[in-house]
Design a protein around this ligand. Sequence first.
Ligand code: BGC
Length: 431
Amino acid sequence: MNTTKDTAIRFLKDNSMHADQIDTDAVLDDFLAEMDLGLAGENSSLAMIPTFISIDKPVPAFKPVVAIDAGGTNLRVATVVFDGDGNPAISHLTRHKMPGSERELNRNEFFEKFVEFLLPFADKADAVGFCFSYPAEISPDRDGKLLAWTKEIQAPEVVGEFIGKSIFDRLEQKGYRRKFSFLNDTVATLLAGKSIDFAQKYGTYIGFILGTGTNTAYIEHNRNITKRPDLNPECSQAINTESGNFSKCPRGPVDIEFDESTENRGQYLFEKMISGAYLGGLCLLVLKKAADENLFSRAGTQLVESRTELSTVEVDGILRDPSQRIAGSAREVSAEDKELVMHLCSAICERAALFAALNISAAILKSLGGESPRHPVCVNIDGSVYYKIKGFSLMVEGYLQKILGPKHVFYELIRVNDSPLIGAAVAGLMI
Ligand code: BGC
C-alpha cells in the first residue's frame, strides 16, 4: 500500500532532499578539507577565524563583569559574577530586540541602540564581555570587524565596521571608558562548557549552536593556523569556523530556489538547510512544490498555496500535532493532506539533524582530544532548533553514534543554560 509517508519520501528523493541520499563519508571529508583550507588562508567556504581566546586561564571569582549577548532575534545585557566554585550568578538582566531585526537601521542608529542598552550598566563593572552572533574577523586586541550579516539583519552600513570600538568610543564620549572582549556566540558557548568543568574532566571543548543561525567553535593548535605565522606555535586558541557557510553540502533544486529568495543569496547555504531562520521557509517551499505536483487534495493545494510564511516554530507544531497548524483553519482538508504535510516537514528536519551531526563530527575529529574515555571532547550545544524541535536532539545523537562510533572517538554532549551570556562573562573577565 502506498502510504503518505512513502509519497513524502519519494517526492523528496526525486528532489534530492532526503537524508538517505547523503553520502556521509563524502560530506565529512569535504568538511574537514574545507577546515584545513580555511586555516591555511586558501579558498574555502569555512572562514576558520582565529579568536585570540585560549582556555588555559582560570576564571576570576567574585569580580563582576557586564555580559552582552547579541543574538539572532534578541539582545540581552546582564551583570555576571562567578563564585569560588565557578558558578555564575546573573543579575540585572535586560532584554531587547536585536537592532536591525525589525527594520533597516543606518550605521548611527544601529550603534546608538547599543549605547542606549549599555548605559544602565555603566556603573556595574569595568569590563564587558561582548558575545556577537554574526561573522566577524577578530583583531588581536579582541574587537570584531563585521564580515557580513546573517539571519536577515538589516543594517548594511555596519558591514566592515569594528563593532566594539564603534560602540565603546560612543560610550567614552558620554564619560564611560570600559575594556571589552568581543567574541562569537559559539566561542562563548565553548567557554561556558569549560567554565563548568571544575574537575578538568574533558580533553578539549567545542561550542555548537543551532538556533536562528548555526555555527561551531573548537580549539586548534596555533601551529596549524598557517595563515597566521605570527602566532606563538606552542599555544592553542579557539577557532570560529563559521560552519553555517559550508558550501559543499549536497543540495536539491528546492534548496537552490529557496536560497534565491533570501537576503544573502549564495551565502550561508548550509545554514539555510538547517537553522531556525530558514527551516520554516524551506519546508513551506517544499510543500508548495508538492502541491504543484498535485500531491494534495484540491483544498489542501489551495491552503498550501495561500500561505506566504511558515515559521520554524510552526513546523515544530506540525510535527507534534499534524491536525493543527497549517491545516487547522480548513476543515475540508483531508487527514491524508495533514499527514503528508507532517511527513514532508519531518523528513526535512531529519535531513537537518543529519547535517548537524556531520558538522559536529567534523569539529570533534578536528579537535585536539577525544582519544581517551577519561577525557572526552566536551560538546556544549545551544540553540532552539536543537532543543525545541520535536525529536531533533535524539536524531542528532543517533547520527553522531553512526558516524563517530566506528572511529572510536570519545565525546560528551552537554547543555549549559545561558551559555552565550556566561561565555561572554568569562571572556570579559579574561581581558
Ligand atoms: C552566524 C555565526 C553565529 C551563528 C549562531 C550564524 O548566522 O554567522 O557567527 O555563530 O549564526 O548564532
